[in-house]
Design a protein around this ligand. Sequence first.
Ligand SMILES: [Zn+2]
Length: 126
Amino acid sequence: MAWAKGITRITYVPDLISTPARVNRRTGEMQLSLKHMRAMPKEHRLFVMLHEKAHVELQTTDEVKADAQAFKEYADLGYSLNASVKALTKVLSDKNPEHFWRMYAQLQRAKAYDYSHYGNTKIYQK
Ligand SMILES: [Zn+2]
């Protein structure tokens, strides 16, 4: 059977412990951690789900690529750019170099989007 091209099913489990969500790229099934989701604002939940969806649609294990795709969809829907950065900083650890890079990259995406779509020039001033 061919691998999934998108999310086919969403299930909630009580607690995924180390992550708010995960996805099976073969079947397209996304699992959400009820414990984590309950504690998150709507924007953070949305970003997490778009991130998992990107893993399936792009068929990638690359976290930065999944973040980039998720960010584009999220931002194009008009949601808060600030919340897109917090969606990562609340979940990831700045002690982990890969996590730190993901948070940094998200901040740069948010700034670039704010500048190009909303004409916010202040973010590039000192
Ligand atoms: Zn991921």
